[in-house]
Design a protein around this ligand. Structure first.
Ligand code: AMP
Length: 298
């Protein structure tokens, strides 16, 4: 089983075309839903007393939610952000940690033997505490973002040292090392512990660094872009989910997982919040996968 840990959020997302308020979001939400198309997935996290039952039902439909706790006294993590006409560069308006601020994560007994763990973007101290609770993790991948790099860089570096793989977007990787070359950033990530690093460049695709080789992959071309929120998490969840189905970690399985990451990222941006992600099926993924392979062949 795959266990995903991260934020379950209420997101307010503003674009020049539309605003959605307090819609279901969060890094664990996107990552676990994307992963669930590949492998049975459990989610660990916390929500507050304002979390709608209808959102819980959406999560229950696809995930094992026994690790999702609910606070009676505090509110759900809330993230408010805006995009300009390019629908690429995000401005954070507000990050209200609320219930996650002092959260002591506990992995339910049923999941302590999970072999696959995805630490979605979240407080790195909480990610490390959670990781300690698993009895024999086989593959651990993490993600992080500017908020934690700026506020808890040392802890982010400690977390990177404990994982097998890391996924970052381009600006976060550059911010982490104060470097302008993503190739250098990828080398620096590997020199700190993980065996592979993946750097996402939005619609320009992604770059894998593994065993001293760089593997760039273009993004899946999609004409519909409504809301880029969650694209990175959906990429990460699908990447992890696909790797869970493979016998070995090698350049081939990592590249195939990247393709699936890009496919699920491309679905995520086609509607607001998780709306598109929960309205696809295996056939939609297969069709996009075939098209993508055709595009990639020389
Ligand atoms: P991304 O895939 O990078 O677009 O991630 C978007 C999600 O990250 C949103 O659904 C937010 O709720 C969540 N988020 C935003 N800021 C943070 C943070 N500081 N820690 C954890 N999750 C966050």
């Amino acid at each position: 089983m795959l266990t995903v840990f991260g934020t379950v959020a209420l997101d307010t997302t503003r674009t020049p075309f539309h605003t959605v308020e307090r819609t279901l979001g969060g890094t664990a939400t996107f990552a676990s839903i994307a992963a669930s198309y590949y492998v049975p997935t459990s989610i660990v996290g916390i929500v507050g007393n304002d979390f709608p039952t209808s959102y819980l039902e959406i999560l229950k439909n696809r995930l094992d939610v026994r690790g999702l706790s609910s606070s009676k006294t505090e509110k759900t993590f809330h993230y408010d952000s805006s995009f300009g006409y390019d629908l690429y560069k995000r401005t954070t308006n507000k990050t209200e940690l609320n219930v996650i601020a002092n959260y002591q994560s506990t992995v339910p007994n049923e999941f302590v033997d999970s072999e696959y763990i995805y630490l979605a973007n979240n407080d790195p101290v909480q990610n490390l505490n959670l990781l300690d609770q698993f009895s024999h993790p086989k593959l651990v991948i993490c993600d992080t973002m500017d908020f934690w790099i700026l506020n808890k860089r040392d802890e982010v570096m400690k977390m990177i040292n404990k994982v097998d793989g890391i996924i970052l977007n381009e600006s976060e990787a550059k911010l982490l090392f104060k470097e302008n070359s993503i190739l250098k950033c990828a080398r620096l990530l590997i020199s700190n512990g993980p065996s592979f690093a993946l750097i996402n460049k939005g619609e320009n695709g992604s770059l894998l660094f593994y065993e001293n080789e760089f593997y760039p992959i273009p993004g899946y071309p999609t004409e519909i872009i409504k809301d880029p929120t969650g694209a990175g998490d959906s990429f990460g969840g699908a990447f992890m989910g696909h790797l869970c189905t493979q016998q070995q970690i090698n350049s081939k399985s990592l590249k195939n997982a990247m393709i699936h990451g890009n496919i699920m990222g491309s679905f995520a941006i086609e509607d607001y919040g998780i709306q598109r992600l929960v309205n696809i099926d295996a056939k939609d993924i297969k069709l996009r996968h075939e098209k993508y392979k055709e595009i990639l062949s020389l």
